[in-house]
Design a protein. Structure first.
Length: 333
């Protein structure tokens, strides 16, 4: 396909592009006073910001606390706009569980508007060493770095997370650390149910350990496999299992710019990419056409921000991602 054809396609066909051992327990981030819920038999009311935080919290809380999801499944967490119902939910909550690393940037104003001075918070990523820009194409290619950087800002690709890449839940080992933080926060606010939280957390963490073992074993033959994504959501996953994610854009955008297309074409050459990865539930017609021109297959990888509310869905989605990575990285016969 000629460069002129791609410019025409961009004008008429926008593409939506969505968003080991666990360490010992550590201090949690309960940002208000350390008073616990009164021992009157009241159930702790918890709000979790988005699906992975909900899954981990619900799995650990079980039936002894009420857990509500703030951001509906499938919503773009990066660009989420709060609604009056969200303010009411936080106003009535005892505890808020969030990922942190600036992902839920809307929360400060929402919490202030709720008027809930007694709200306690758990930042599940607290203490995790965040990576900044592991993906080589997020930092512009050497060949036309300054021009592409300018174009990113011009096209609105400037929603960078100063605290580091927030997508830590995509790594099953770091997910264990998040589960520990949530467990410890629940115990601190509701000590009478300590044994339940500890037992539930232990069972869920064992599943995360098993998932990590499967990823380690099954991806071992594909070390250094490189793949291109249109959302910088997978560097922790890639780093853990010796793969190379090459992200064309940092935050999902509503359409690919001419610069994004050019970067993709150059990245395939420079990094010998094995595949292009889109995300589920989006119109990938432009990516399909691009993949054909580049002679690469287009696969779907799940950032785990959509799905059902069952905490086991995390494992179902991650198993699917594992199979996708194995297929994409397998050498052509």
């Amino acid at each position: 396909m000629t460069w002129g054809k791609w410019l025409l396609a961009l004008g008429v066909l926008p593409v939506a592009i969505a968003c080991s051992e666990a360490p010992p327990p550590r201090q949690t981030d309960l940002t208000q006073s350390q008073e616990t819920i009164a021992s009157s038999g009241d159930r702790v009311q918890i709000v979790a910001t988005f699906l992975p935080m909900y899954w981990f919290t619900k799995a650990i809380a079980g039936d002894v606390a009420d857990v509500e999801l703030l951001i509906p499944p499938g919503s773009d967490v990066h660009e989420y706009q709060t609604k009056p119902a969200d303010v009411r939910a936080i106003a009535n909550a005892d505890l808020l569980v969030k990922n942190g690393l600036d992902l839920e940037s809307f929360l400060d104003e929402t919490i202030a508007n709720s008027g809930n001075a007694k709200l306690k918070q758990i930042e599940a990523s607290r203490g995790i060493e965040a990576i900044d820009r592991l993906s080589p194409v997020v930092e512009p290619l050497e060949k036309h770095g300054e021009d592409h950087a300018h174009e990113e800002h011009k096209n609105g690709h400037d929603h960078s997370h100063e605290a580091g890449n927030p997508h830590v839940w995509m790594d099953p080992v770091l997910a264990q650390q998040q589960a520990i933080a949530i467990r410890d926060g629940l115990i601190e606010i509701d000590p009478k149910n300590r044994s339940t939280y500890e037992a539930n957390a232990a069972a869920y963490i064992e599943q995360l350990k098993q998932l990590d073992r499967e990823f380690q074993e099954e991806l071992k033959p594909y070390r250094n496999c490189s793949f291109i994504t249109f959302h910088d959501a997978y560097p922790y996953l890639a780093q853990r299992y010796n793969l190379q994610q090459i992200a064309v854009v940092e935050i999902p955008e509503t359409s690919l710019s001419p610069g994004d297309i050019q970067t993709t074409i150059e990245a395939v050459e420079q990094y010998q990419a094995k595949a292009l990865f889109g995300e589920p539930g989006v119109d990938n017609k432009l990516l399909e056409s691009l993949s054909q021109d580049l002679n690469l297959k287009l696969y779907s990888i799940d950032p785990l921000v959509s799905g059902d509310l069952d905490p086991q869905h995390y494992f179902k989605a991650m198993q699917s991602n594992l199979e996708t990575l194995k297929t994409a990285c397998k050498p052509l016969s």
